[in-house]
Every structure is written in structure tokens, then in C-alpha cells.
Ligand binder design. Structure first.
Ligand code: TMP
Length: 254
């Protein structure tokens, strides 16, 4: 890890300078945090699984014509991505009430929402990612009205696609968080899907049992945390081959 210039270190990932201009290496850690860093822990094997799960989902999303930052996997914990200018928003899409919307609006967890709802949170650790409106976003120039229109249409397309993809493997996509970035190409700028899509950034419930297969197992101390991430990868058909040094997760469940 010391061989390259570290560009940025977040709670679950590190970004390094890439091998060519305009690229970065995204390294997935096993570290997990919740409640704005108040709860910290390690989920053994999470980085390996999220690297693979995010690669898989970004690749499928790219195939339906939504551009993403993903270029290729480099190794068990790293992927090569395009360098983008991150829009400082967490774009949350919700299909079913859970987590903060349940608390804020008094909705029982598991209540299907009347339609998919998009929310925006301003990315700021100091402010603990406050919920913001389109008015804030455009007034403070975090994104232009045109960019926001594009973000909404990309987020809804991704939601429809991922709902079907997960439903096909017996998982209900309750909600998830997306981030977008600006990709500069000569004089032209376009928005691409960035960051990651993984059980860290989604709520995924088993269709039949409603069992949680995501980071809520860590947030809420439900146990079997690495197993949940592994089960998502297994159902998607992308469990990485166990490497003795890097992946020490539990045995594959058949
Ligand atoms: P929330 O119910 O806590 O607002 O979370 C909504 C979704 O966004 C959930 O799938 C988890 C994801 N999420 C992140 O990826 N990062 C975050 O910092 C938070 C708060 C939520």
C-alpha cells in the first residue's frame, strides 16, 4: 500500500493514484463504521466481497447504458476506476421504508412506499451528512439543475434495473445510496456513476424471510455480518475464490 500516492482515505475505501493519468485505484478495506463514525469495527473479508460485488453491479449497470467510473478489477481488494470530480451528494433511492426515513416519518420498517423516493444528503462528515433539498443543491451550486435532472433519471433507471436483478436472486432491494461524479473529456463533461454499490450502501432483504443481508447486521449488532455479505455474493454467482492470505471469511454456504 505504500508504493503509490494516496489521494484520499475514506471510512471503507482508500483511493490511490492510478497507473495512467485520469485513473485511480480504489482499495476496499474491511473497516466498517456506522452512525457517522460513532460505531467502528471490522467485517472480515468485506473488502474482498465489496470489490467483487461493486464490480459486478457497476458492470451490469454499464451494460444497460448508464456510464460508470469502473474500468477493471486489479486484484482481490482493488479496482481501477476513472478519476472523476465527485458531486458532494449521497443520492438515496428508497422502495420500502427502513432506517432514517422510518424514524423521521414514523413509518414501520418494511412498509412499501407509494412510489420510489429519492433523497439527497450533503456529504459532510462535520455536519453528519444532512438531508438537503434540490433548492439547497442548486443554490449552493453543488450540482446544476441539468445535472440534478440527469441524476434523477440515472438513479431511477438504476433502481428499476437493480430491483429486477436482485429479485432474480431472491433479494428485495429496500434502499440504496449512489454517488455521481463529473468526468472531464477535453471540453466535454458528463456524469457517471461513481463510488461503490455493495451491501455497505444498500439494504437487501431476503424475499421470503426478510432476513437482512447488508450492513444493518453490523449497525444493529445482528451477528453473522460477514456471512451476509458472502451470501449476497454467492447469490449473485460471484464468490471470489478463497485466497488463504487475503480472504479469511467463513466457508461458502451452499
Ligand atoms: P438511511 O436509512 O440510514 O438514511 O440509509 C439509506 C441507505 O443509504 C441505506 O441503504 C444505507 C445507505 N447509506 C450509505 O451508503 N451511507 C451512509 O452514510 C448512510 C447514512 C446510508
Amino acid at each position: 500500500m505504500a508504493r503509490r500516492r494516496r489521494i484520499y482515505e475514506g471510512k471503507a475505501k482508500v483511493l490511490f493514484e492510478g497507473p495512467e493519468p485520469g485513473t485511480l485505484v480504489q482499495y476496499f478495506k474491511d473497516d466498517a463504521t456506522a452512525f457517522n463514525n460513532r460505531k467502528r469495527g471490522t467485517i472480515t473479508g468485506k473488502g474482498v466481497l465489496n470489490n467483487r460485488i461493486s464490480e459486478y453491479l457497476m458492470t451490469r449497470i454499464g451494460e444497460i447504458g448508464v456510464p460508470t467510473h469502473f474500468l477493471r478489477r486489479l486484484n482481490m481488494r482493488e479496482q481501477l476506476i476513472k478519476e472523476v470530480e465527485i458531486i458532494p451528494l449521497e443520492v438515496v433511492v428508497r422502495n420500502v421504508a427502513a432506517g432514517s426515513i422510518s424514524k423521521r416519518l414514523g413509518l414501520a420498517e418494511g412498509t412499501t412506499l407509494p412510489r420510489s423516493i429519492i433523497e439527497y444528503y450533503y456529504k459532510s462528515d462535520e455536519l453528519e451528512d444532512p438531508l438537503v433539498t434540490e433548492e439547497h443543491i442548486t443554490a449552493f451550486s453543488w450540482a446544476t439543475p441539468q445535472e440534478l435532472d440527469e441524476i434523477v433519471s440515472m438513479a431511477l433507471r438504476i433502481n428499476d434495473f437493480l430491483c429486477g436483478l436482485f429479485f432474480g436472486v431472491g433479494i428485495r432491494l429496500i434502499d440504496f445510496k449512489l454517488e455521481f461524479g463529473r468526468l472531464y473529456n477535453d471540453d466535454d463533461v458528463r456524469l457517471v456513476l461513481a463510488d461503490e454499490i455493495s451491501p455497505d450502501s444498500c439494504r437487501l432483504w431476503d424475499v421470503k424471510t426478510n432476513e437482512k443481508l447488508d450492513k444493518d447486521r453490523f449497525r444493529r449488532d445482528l451477528g453473522k455480518v460477514p456471512e451476509a455479505y458472502q451470501e449476497v455474493a454467492r447469490r449473485l454467482g460471484i464468490l471470489p475464490e478463497a485466497g488463504p492470505t487475503d480472504f479469511k471469511g467463513p466457508k461458502v454456504m451452499q
